[in-house]
Design a protein around this ligand. Structure first.
Ligand SMILES: [Ca+2]
Length: 325
């Protein structure tokens, strides 16, 4: 069993349950740097010995289907100028992007209630950059949805245009006009590297801006890209339910294809996989929540393990039946 697989079973990508604070935060953006994110635990259950093997085999498959790969190392962080002074904890960009905002004004992260605390976001100003590493390479897998190989999650949220009642609750079902509040007016450049030394810019004509579309939906799948066609659709008037239909199970973010890699001369550069991603903020400021590799499909070795487990289970049952008979 590979280290990656063991990490997958034991790490943040495994099955976890989240406690969701009852309160939702108001629209004022107040940082709570000391807050810590609530963490859930893996549900434990006991199994009879006869079922243990089958349980282990199916457990492998379930854990793997939920296994996601996030950035594991901050290689370099250059804040630049004009960054948010309260969001300089570079490790905020590692691990699973935010599903829940901690604190008294926290609650589930969704496209109308984005992440905003110092524990969730890292700020990069003009001329700054963030370089992160992945424990396992991001693959340029043709089977990845829409050819997208990794997602980057920011701190943007859709502006809700409903009026408030006397208790500061929205009147009617909250809906957006399709614009972002605090929109990222700057520009970004995304580069990738297999080895941390040789870098390739993702074609700026194809690579979307970081910390822009699509706002994070913490109830979605970070490893699934938003269908690129949604960028071409009008987003005005959408409710949260409408947005989730557009996201099609994705947790949002901006998706990138390793097939967009270019040499310094501008020629296409074929890359099978990369282990490093760099975001440069050319102008303005970008907030970064996290990075996720696309494609949480079981690896062939895992399928083999599953098959071996299932066969062993069938064999054990037959042996038992024969013994009882
Ligand atoms: Ca690709």
């Amino acid at each position: 069993m590979s280290d990656a697989f063991i990490h997958c079973l034991a790490g943040d990508g495994g099955v976890s349950l989240f406690r969701e604070p009852l309160q939702r935060r108001p629209w004022s953006l107040i940082d709570t740097p000391s807050a810590t994110e609530p963490r859930g635990g893996i549900v434990k259950e006991t199994m009879k010995p006869i079922r243990r093997l089958a349980g282990a085999a199916s457990g492998i498959l379930i854990a793997t289907s939920l296994c996601a790969q996030y950035a594991t190392t901050v290689v370099d962080y250059i804040p630049g100028t004009g960054f948010s002074a309260t969001r300089t904890n570079a490790t905020a960009s590692l691990g699973e992007p935010s599903r829940v905002t901690p604190g008294d004004f926290g609650g589930p992260v969704d496209p109308f209630a984005p992440a905003y605390t110092a524990t969730q976001l890292l700020s990069v100003g003009t001329g700054g950059s963030l370089t992160v590493g992945f424990a396992n390479p991001i693959r340029n897998d043709p089977a990845n949805p829409f050819g997208i190989d990794f997602n980057v999650f920011g701190g943007g949220g859709f502006l809700v245009t409903n009026a408030f009642d006397a208790n500061f609750n929205y009147i009617g079902v909250p809906a957006t006009d399709g614009t972002l509040f605090n929109p990222n007016g700057g520009t970004t450049r995304v580069s990738v590297s297999p080895d941390g030394s040789n870098w390739f810019v993702l074609d700026p004509a194809l690579a979307p801006k970081v910390d822009d579309l699509f706002p994070t939906d913490g109830s979605g799948d970070f490893t699934l890209p938003v269908p690129p066609s949604v960028r071409l659709e009008p987003l005005g008037g959408l409710t949260l339910a409408d947005i989730r239909i557009r996201y099609a199970g994705s947790a949002g973010g901006a998706g990138y294809d390793l097939g967009w890699a270019r040499t310094t001369g501008g020629d296409p550069m074929s890359l099978d996989s990369v282990s490093f991603v760099r975001i440069e903020v050319l102008s303005g400021r970008s907030e970064i929540d996290g990075f996720a590799a696309v494609g949480a499909v079981p690896e062939p070795t895992t399928l083999a393990l599953f098959a071996a487990g299932a066969l062993a289970c069938i064999g054990f049952r037959r042996l038992r039946q024969n013994t009882v008979a």
